[in-house]
Ligand binder design. Structure first.
Ligand SMILES: Nc1ncnc2c1ncn2[C@@H]1O[C@H](COP(=O)(O)OP(=O)(O)OP(=O)(O)O)[C@@H](O)[C@H]1O
Length: 287
């Protein structure tokens, strides 16, 4: 398989946090949502992919090549959008672009100008005068203007209003239509991913929970609701993150077919959202 991005057992140790054996692959033509609660290790993983920090173990390949050996050639084909600021604050948007653009052989000035206009930015303005959302839009305009094959975005929708947020999702969707490009997109806001992601990689507390096609995940995970009387030892084993209230319980399950067979009309099975999957799983892990 010709992957754009391959992580195998990638690990990183900090004093009080460990990222353990993260493995996933991203194919051409797909959008992967990278989800997990605060502090799960999403930014750490992205920094490792971008070689901004050193890994302690595992392998990272980008475009089939070792991510370090071919770093310069690889980075030319990556569009990177990152929450923390890596611009010179005193420069104008135009001056900063003039510094960045020559690094890319495939820089497309027309595309850049198109996004600047679409995002309502002024090239005369200084970076330090931009709001968080405006900085994100500027970052996006830069990342999308050199015909990158792999787009890596760390929380790109944070700070964006719903209109620009939706526009961004449409732009990302359009980008992958030629089936040559791929997007890795980390976010807390799983509703963004309900719309556009093909694959979901979920990490919690530095550990991988899954990396699978979104449709399979949505088929596998369901919400169960029922009365407390069915909550015995056997049933609990099939439930994740049980939430009990006065009249009954709600939980996540990957055993909905079996539960329905055993408990028939005593329970209700509903579809789960990605947010449900994240919340119930994190609750289940805490217990
Ligand atoms: N330079 C560092 N030194 C020590 N610990 C760090 C460092 N950078 C990150 N960490 C720790 O690693 C853990 C994971 O952080 P990370 O930023 O990767 O999480 P995240 O999933 O991106 O969270 P968020 O959604 O809040 O951005 C946190 O506990 C954080 O404190």
């Amino acid at each position: 398989m010709n992957y754009l991005l391959e992580l195998k057992d990638v690990s990183k140790r900090y004093k009080e946090f460990q990222l353990n054996n993260i493995s996933f692959n991203l194919e051409k033509g797909y959008i992967m949502g990278f989800i997990g609660p605060n502090g799960a290790g999403k930014s750490t993983t992205i920094k490792l992919i971008m070689n901004l920090i050193k890994k302690d173990g595992g392998q990272i390949k980008i475009f089939g090549k070792d991510y370090k050996k071919d770093e310069i050639a690889i980075k030319e084909r990556i569009g990177f959008v990152y929450d923390e600021n890596y611009f010179y604050e005193d420069l104008s948007l135009l001056d900063m672009k003039n510094i960045i653009a020559p690094f890319y052989k495939n820089w497309d000035e027309k595309t850049f100008q198109k996004y600047i206009k679409e995002f309502n930015l002024s090239l005369k303005q200084k970076i330090k005068e931009l709001s968080k959302g405006m900085k994100m839009k500027y970052s996006l305009a830069l990342a999308l203007s050199h015909k990158a094959d792999l787009i890596i975005m760390d929380e790109p929708t944070s700070g964006l209003d719903p209109i620009i947020r939706n526009e961004l999702l449409e732009i990302l969707y359009d980008i992958i239509q030629d089936e040559e490009k791929g997007i890795l997109f980390s976010t807390h806001n799983t509703t963004d991913l309900d719309k556009i992601a093909d694959y979901i990689t979920f990490i919690n507390d530095g550990k991988m929970l899954f990396s699978e096609p979104k449709d399979e995940i949505m088929n596998q995970y369901k919400i169960v609701k029922g009365g407390k009387e069915v909550l015995n030892f056997d049933t609990r084993k099939k439930l994740i993150g049980v939430k009990e209230h006065n009249y009954g319980f709600e939980a996540l399950t990957t055993n909905s077919v079996l539960l329905k067979k055993e408990l028939k009309n005593e329970i209700i099975i509903e579809n789960a959202t990605l947010e449900d999957i994240m919340l119930y799983t994190v609750r289940g892990n805490k217990k």
